[in-house]
Every structure is written in C-alpha cells, then in structure tokens.
Design a protein around this ligand. Structure first.
Ligand code: NAP
Length: 248
C-alpha cells in the first residue's frame, strides 16, 4: 500500500490519533503535513520521527476553527507542493457538560472545531483534488456521533454532523475519483481520554465486547486502508473501530 509521491495533510497530528495517522501515512511513503494548533514541540517530534524512519514531513500551524487562517495555510501548501492528495480531518476537542448547564460557548467551540473545521479543510482541498482527478478524504467522527452520550450533546452533534458531511461530499466528489469516508473510533487511549477516573474506565471496558480500550494505532490502520488503492471503490462509508461497543 504505497503512498509514494502523495501529499497528505493530517489535522491535529501533534498528538493522539492524528499523530498515529501521520506516522502511518509517513511510513507508507506519503509526504505528511503535520498540523497542530498549540504545541509546536509535539508536532516537531512527530515530523522528526517520520524523517528518522526515512520519510518526509513538515509541520504546519493553523487553527481549523479559524477559516481565514486555515484557507491561507492550505493555499500555501498548494503553492509549495502543487497538490494535496490526502486530507485527514482529525482535529477535535471536547467541552463536556449536561445540556441544561451547557453554555453557548461550549456548543460553539466544539462545533467550530470538530464540524466547521472539517468543512473548511475539505473545501480548501476540493478544487485541487478535482483537477487531479484523485483524492482521499477521511473524517474522524466518533462512536458518540452514532450512539449519543449524556454530557456530550455538543460533541455528539458535531460528530453526527460529520456523517452527513461525509456522505454528501462523497456524492459530490465521486465523479472526480475522490473518495470521502470516515472512521468512528470508540474509546481510544489519548490525552482526550487519559484522565477519565478509573471507575469510568472500568464501566467503559464493561461495555466493550473485546474488553479493552483501543490504541491510536487501531484508528491509524483503518485510515491507512481508506486512503489506499485497496479502498478505491469505497466511498461515503464509516469504519467503526470500537471493540464492538457499537455495531452500526
Ligand atoms: P487529543 O489527543 O486531544 O489531540 C487533539 C489534537 O487535535 C492535537 O494534535 C491538537 O493540537 C489538535 N487540535 C485541537 N484543536 C485544534 C484546532 N482548533 N486546530 C488544529 N488542531 C487542533 O485527541 P485524540 O483523542 O487524538 O482525538 C483525535 C480525534 O479523534 C478527535 O476528532 C476526536 O474527537 C476523535 N475521537 C477520539 C476518541 C478517543 O477516545 N480519544 C474517540 C472517538 C473520536 P495541539 O497538540 O497543538 O493542541
């Protein structure tokens, strides 16, 4: 599954799932743009790790929730490299709270990053991919977007929104040989979930038929498949990487 010669942009690639995806795509031969928003040193480490294994990587800072900055960043990538072949919309945040107590700011921040961010990045690469007549877009949703979760109405709405975005854009871009798919991870050990109290982790494990929390590499494996030639006839689909906790 070689991605030799392909340019890949992975948003939120400095840590967690995005980091694992960037490393995997780098190992497959893609030239990887490692996006981050606040931690340049973490992004630099990811890029260095890709280079140390013989790959190619650059870091690029932009806040996906800021459409002006994001559009300018994609324009620069296109000016510098002439193409973008793969986009992984992974950047995401949580601002949890019960609906009755949820502030507008909690709702707005989560929707702006997790849903509008993916819209902005997708729009920014679409024209170039259409001209190339080849492209792969993968949106990282969540089991929460399919099953819902008390205390995460904002996050669930954003992640469910990504499902509609994925399927609509998949239909729009299919005639130009661009596939648009998603991965819906379950509970994956990253900074986002690391600090959950042990009793919550225990409860979650009890709801997972495979009995363990997932690793970022489990999600990276699904992304690797979706961007490969093996998945050329797959579009508008979601792969659930969740140990069986939700069977969609
Ligand atoms: P994480 O460890 O908290 O890492 C988040 C990443 O996103 C970091 O690289 C961060 O950059 C970046 N980021 C945050 N806001 C951004 C913004 N506005 N613009 C650009 N980059 C931004 O999260 P994770 O657990 O790996 O989650 C990655 C994705 O998977 C998210 O979309 C999340 O919703 C989804 N997901 C996670 C789980 C899970 O169990 N962990 C389950 C289902 C879905 P900095 O390092 O610069 O802050």
């Amino acid at each position: 599954m070689s991605l030799e010669g392909k340019i890949a942009v992975v948003t939120g690639a400095s840590r967690g799932i995005g980091r694992a995806v960037a490393l995997r795509l780098g190992a497959m031969g893609a030239r990887v743009m490692v996006n981050y928003v606040s931690r340049p040193e973490a992004a630099r480490e990811v890029a260095e790790e890709i280079r140390a294994s013989g790959g190619w990587a650059e870091i690029c800072a932009f806040n996906v929730a800021d459409s002006g900055v994001t559009e300018a960043a994609f324009k620069k990538i296109l000016d510098d490299h002439g193409r973008i072949d793969i986009l992984v919309n992974n950047a995401g945040i949580t601002r949890d709270g019960l609906l009755v107590k949820m502030k507008d700011a909690q709702w707005d921040e989560v929707l702006a990053t997790n849903l509008k961010g993916a819209f902005t990045c997708t729009k920014a690469v679409s024209r170039a991919m259409m001209k190339q007549r080849w492209g792969r877009i993968v949106n990282i949703s969540s089991v929460i977007g399919f099953a819902g979760n008390a205390g995460q109405a904002n996050y669930a709405a954003a992640k469910a929104g990504l499902v509609g975005l994925t399927r609509s854009v998949a239909r729009e871009l299919a005639p130009r040989n661009i596939t648009v798919n998603g991965v819906a991870p379950g509970y994956i050990v990253t900074d986002m979930t690391r600090d959950l109290p042990e009793e919550i982790n225990e409860k979650i494990r009890g709801e997972i038929p495979l009995g363990v929390l997932g690793e970022a590499e489990d999600v990276a494996g699904a992304v690797a498949y979706l961007v490969s030639e093996d998945a050329r006839y797959v579009t508008g689909q979601f792969i659930h990487v969740n140990g069986g906790m939700y069977m969609g």
